[in-house]
Design a binder for this molecule. Structure first.
Ligand code: ACO
Ligand code: ZN
Length: 175
């Protein structure tokens, strides 16, 4: 468990600035760096134990991007939810995108694309039927990103965020 070989997922060069970025699984030691990115880039903040429980439960799809100096510049985390199926007789698993963020200075370089591709293929092992997420209706760049991955808007969740903003509920089939 936890060897370099298991956790090193992908090394790539960013589109424009050609920096070397390593995409790999998150470890306990990375959580401070992850929280740092989250607090700078998103108004939705979570307590440490929340990140820790996601890392404990779904480590395969909790990924970070680190730069050449080892600094965490982006992360993505998912959880799996069991929900009643359409006819209510069975349960099915959904992969729920909890959070993704890329440090401002590293945006538009393909990092979110890499994080999403690698984590979506990792979370498949939980036999999910679909991928789901919520996104602020004003979050143009994130909505474009999800559309690029074929997510479709299935509804609006009113007042979803603490400041009262609505969320789009977006879904993609898993196959
Ligand atoms: N304008 C239009 N499209 C965009 C933009 C933008 N500013 N940014 C990303 N995209 C779309 C494009 O389709 C892009 O593909 P292209 O470059 O070939 O056109 C695709 O996303 C992939 O772009 P990346 O470079 O991989 O995206 P980036 O690494 O910049 O990260 C992200 C995108 C995560 C939305 C980033 O802007 C960010 O961290 N924002 C703040 C945090 C945030 O809003 N997170 C999402 C909250 S919702 C949730 O977590 C469930
Ligand atoms: Zn959500």
């Amino acid at each position: 468990m936890g060897t370099d070989k298991d956790t090193k997922i992908n090394l790539f060069h960013t589109y424009k600035s050609k920096q070397e970025i390593l995409i790999r699984r998150c470890t306990l030691d990375d959580l401070d760096g992850v929280i740092d990115v989250n607090e700078r880039e998103l108004p939705e903040d979570y307590p440490y134990f929340f990140y820790k429980s996601i890392l404990d439960d779904y480590p395969e799809s909790f990924l970070v991007a680190q730069n050449k100096n080892g600094k965490i510049v982006a992360y993505i985390m998912w959880r799996v939810e069991k929900t009643p199926s359409f006819n209510g007789l069975k349960y099915e698993n959904k992969g729920h995108l909890v959070s993704i963020a890329v440090s401002e200075e590293y945006r538009r370089e393909g990092i979110a694309f890499e994080l999403l591709s690698n984590s979506m293929s990792a979370i498949i092992k939980y036999k999910i039927r679909s991928y789901v997420l919520e996104v602020r209706v004003s979050n143009y760049s994130a909505i474009k990103l999800y559309e690029k991955f074929n997510f479709k808007t299935k509804g609006i969740k009113k007042n979803y965020y603490r400041d009262g903003e609505n969320a789009y509920f977006m879904v993609r089939e898993a196959k």
